[in-house]
Design a protein around this ligand. Structure first.
Ligand code: SF4
Ligand code: SF4
Length: 256
């Protein structure tokens, strides 16, 4: 396992899960307001994460231990430690949060007396359910294996520059998020209780939307616009084609 140079004496990895509901942004474009949802994974550090880090640091540092952030495979850690279970869609689900959660991990030199490292497990709910497989637009979830075909998943295809593959461009109906895809989460019965909670995010003016659609470099946007775009590092370059597809989908739906 990769160790952290900042804490070579680390003895334990702490994995934290915190609820992260869908956030709905809105974009003004050609006189119409278009909503656009962001899945939990695409946010830069949230206030919840700062709070979790603050609590962990204050508890462990008071006891004389050090804490540093760990950049590791979070889903795997959460599932192998027993904190989460995999869904058939290969997304990790945490009890009480569903898949609408955010994971973060830390190294500490505080020893762990009880460890519960275990085999990866799927949720029991998946045993008699195939809703995500039946509803995946790209057929990425198949019956013959547990691993999804990530190469076809919109989660990765919508992170391509300069645009999506042509066969995805031909399907405006597939787009359901400002980046990534949440279709398999929308249909998942385990996620049903968490879908109702949608947090209202910032609104972008006609001018701001135009700049984003025109792929204006992030650093050339005003500090206010940058502040509103609290997305993870590296996500911004993929926003223009995704936003354009989402606007087009909603525009076509309004014409029907
Ligand atoms: S939709 Fe059904 S099979 Fe898919 S992850 Fe949810 S419970 Fe599991
Ligand atoms: S994120 Fe979308 S494309 Fe990927 S498996 Fe789920 S439904 Fe299919």
């Amino acid at each position: 396992m990769k160790t952290n140079e900042n804490l070579p004496e680390a003895k334990t990895i702490v994995v934290v899960a915190m609820p992260q509901p869908i956030t709905r942004l809105s974009f003004e474009w050609q006189g119409i307001t278009y909503p656009a949802d962001i899945p939990p994974d695409y946010f830069a550090k949230t206030s919840n994460e700062s709070r979790a880090e603050g609590i962990l640091t204050s508890v462990l540092e008071t006891a004389g231990y050090k804490v540093v952030k760990a950049h590791l495979a979070l889903k795997t850690l959460a599932v192998r430690s027993g904190l989460a279970r995999y869904g058939r869609n290969n997304i990790s689900y945490v009890p009480g949060m569903g898949s609408f959660c955010r994971l973060v991990a830390y190294y500490t030199d505080c020893p762990c007396e009880e460890e519960d490292w275990q085999e990866s497990k799927a949720m029991e709910a998946c045993e008699n359910c195939s809703l995500c497989r039946e509803n995946c637009s790209t057929g990425s979830i198949t019956a013959d294996r547990f691993l999804i075909h990530a190469e076809n998943c919109l989660g990765s295809l919508t992170e391509r520059e300069p645009d999506f593959p042509y066969w995805v461009q031909l399907q405006p109906d597939w787009h359901n998020a400002l980046i990534g895809c949440m279709r398999c989460q929308f249909v998942c019965p385990v996620d049903r209780p968490y879908l109702r909670k949608i947090v209202a995010g910032p609104s972008f003016s006609e001018e701001e939307t135009g700049l984003i659609l025109n792929k204006t470099p992030l650093e050339k946007l005003s500090p206010e616009t940058q502040q509103k775009l609290k997305i993870s590092d590296g996500v911004y370059p993929f926003m223009a084609p995704n936003l354009s597809a989402l606007i087009e989908k909603q525009r076509l739906a309004a014409q029907r």
